[in-house]
Design a protein around this ligand. Structure first.
Ligand SMILES: C[S@@+](CC[C@H](N)C(=O)[O-])C[C@H]1O[C@@H](n2cnc3c(N)ncnc32)[C@H](O)[C@@H]1O
Length: 282
């Protein structure tokens, strides 16, 4: 792996421009919208994520790898968990939002192509990263090799094709919400991602050679004040250029934000899959 990156701090200069459409990771940790994105993800998903991580038995002395750590809330939780003798390596292509925490090593690292040590970790975790990578199956093979025999993996991913506006029930709102989600699916696929990959993650872990693979599905109903609904409104900003390229207008995106802020709004969440597995003991 590359050396710890002191360059991985937030950019000192002004706000980065919005992401332009094109292949490559659809979001951008340097965007002015990134803090909102990572805040929503932590608020919505850190509780289920860490509850499942607890089931692996992670504790003092473990060596863990957190891939695509984002703002590092899960990595920091792991670092507290493995203290005082353990170690957590938190990686990201743009690691500037990962906090400096005792026991946490922060690396600027591309999980697709940068070196990865073999038989090094007791636990590997990746949330909402692999679905963005066209090379995700090859990455799973790398993750298997970076685990020590008997080591554990947890992958958390969406199936974003599961959506529905439940209330308000007027046809215009339901149609607008459906068109927004269809445009988002198109935009994410145009960037090389697969926003339905959560449903394939367990099968792909098996195909990569992991054993004891177990998927768990989590859904909820989003209300206007829920982090899940705030994340959808956030997408209208962070993915604005990509959504416009996929056929939405700025007026429609403003109407989506208005809908998400309606106290009467209810929507079925996407499915959040947590998949655990392990590398078999030699
Ligand atoms: C949707 S965010 C999820 C962040 C965090 N895992 C979470 O769930 O809160 C995806 C993260 O993966 C990072 N990422 C994207 N491509 C990557 C790659 N090839 N290698 C490592 N990290 C990557 C992004 O920079 C971003 O921080």
């Amino acid at each position: 792996m590359t050396a710890p990156s002191a360059a991985g701090r937030p950019a000192a200069s002004g706000p980065a421009p919005d992401t332009a459409p094109g292949p490559g990771y659809a979001f951008d940790n340097d965007s002015v919208h990134a803090a909102e994105q990572h805040g929503c993800l932590a608020a919505a998903y850190d509780t289920p994520t860490t509850a499942h991580l607890e089931r692996t038995g992670v504790g003092p002395g473990w060596h863990c790898l957190e891939i695509g750590a984002g703002q590092g809330s899960v990595a920091a939780w792991l670092a507290r968990r493995v203290a005082p003798s353990g170690r957590v390596v938190a990686t990201d292509i743009k690691p500037g939002r990962i906090p400096a925490v005792p026991g946490l090593v922060v690396l600027r690292h591309d999980i697709v192509r940068d070196p990865l040590p073999e038989r090094a970790y007791d636990l590997v975790h990746a949330r909402l990263v692999l679905s963005h990578l066209p090379e995700r199956r090859a990455v799973l093979a790398r993750l298997l090799r970076t685990l020590r025999p008997g080591g554990r993996i947890q992958v958390d991913e969406f199936d974003s094709t599961h959506y529905a506006a439940l209330l308000p029930a007027d046809p215009d709102s339901r149609d607008l919400y459906a068109r927004f989600h269809q445009a988002k699916l198109s935009a994410l696929r145009a960037s090389g991602g697969e926003p339905a990959w959560g449903r394939d993650a367990a099968a792909d872990l098996c195909a990569a050679g992991f054993t004891e693979v177990e998927p768990v599905a989590h859904t909820e109903v989003w209300t206007a004040d829920s982090p899940g609904a705030r994340l959808q409104a956030h997408h209208t900003r962070h993915l604005r250029d990509r959504l416009v390229a996929a056929g939405m207008t700025d007026d429609e995106l403003a109407r989506v934000r208005h809908l998400m802020a309606d106290p009467g709004f209810r929507a079925a969440s996407c499915v959040f899959y947590t998949v655990q597995g392990r590398r078999s003991a030699d």
